[in-house]
Design a binder for this molecule. Structure first.
Ligand code: URA
Length: 239
């Protein structure tokens, strides 16, 4: 007997958190009945998610992709509005999904996998996985504002953790600055909201690194498969 959300995650259908959300939204059926969080199932139970029956004989092969996300694609597996998703950019018949999200207009390093266990590990704040962003902002940022961001500020009634903030360059003519931020949380629209609090608009945002993975060798929209050593290293994060 295993909890239904664990079975869904282990089969690579969704991350544990996504599986929990699907259950809470009533989209998961066990033998035709709406599942509840924590329900236990055996191998003979039939699990259906959004009308699709889970194939428990499906090979459990895990896949890992690093994508240089272009602008104008959504970071989900399905989009209600029919927009292009990051999964559409990857040639696979596995049910992969992104590890965390980048906004529609944000570019850069995004991991996609069908490994729910690794996904949970990488998105859990306690593991402090680093994400490095480069933001082009309107205005010349002051040292005071950089310090406020470094020390943490309140967005959505929650204080952000201390982080690294570096002014990389600025241009008085265009009145813009390039700022690098290293954070290890993943609050919704965190970078844009942090700049908003100190009064700057983000004109462009790119994630230049996720953990130790950068996308320097990948053009926009290109991806590569992680090698086993990299996967092992990701697993060891936060241990
Ligand atoms: N922070 C944002 O505001 N947007 C992203 O896409 C990622 C981090």
């Amino acid at each position: 007997m295993e909890r239904v959300q664990k079975v869904i995650a282990n089969l690579g259908y969704a991350s544990r958190r996504e599986a929990e959300r699907l259950i809470q939204e009533g989209k998961v059926l066990i033998n035709g009945n709406v599942a509840n969080l924590g329900d236990k199932v055996t191998t003979s139970d039939v699990i259906k998610i959004e009308g699709v029956t889970l194939d428990k004989t499906k090979s459990n092969d895990k896949v890992y992709y690093l994508l240089n996300k272009p602008r104008g694609v959504v970071s989900t597996s399905h989009d209600e509005k029919g927009r292009k998703t990051v999964v559409d950019l990857i040639d696979t018949d596995k049910r992969i999904y992104p590890v965390g999200r980048l906004d529609y207009d944000t570019t850069g390093a995004l991991l996609l996998t069908n490994d729910g266990e690794l996904t949970n590990k990488l998105i859990h704040p306690k593991n402090k996985v680093e994400k490095v962003y480069l933001a082009k902002i309107k205005g010349i940022i002051t040292g005071t504002d950089i310090n406020k961001m470094k020390n943490g500020l309140v967005i959505d009634n929650q204080k952000t953790s201390p982080c690294r903030v570096k002014l990389k360059s600025y241009d008085k003519k265009t009145n813009t600055s390039m700022v690098e931020l290293t954070i290890h949380e993943g609050k919704n629209h965190q970078v844009k909201k942090m700049f908003e609090v100190v009064g700057y608009d983000v004109l462009k945002l790119t994630r230049i690194r996720f953990a130790f993975l950068d996308v320097k060798s990948l053009k926009s929209g290109e991806y590569r498969i992680l090698n086993p050593k990299e996967v092992k290293r990701l697993y060891s994060l936060g241990e």
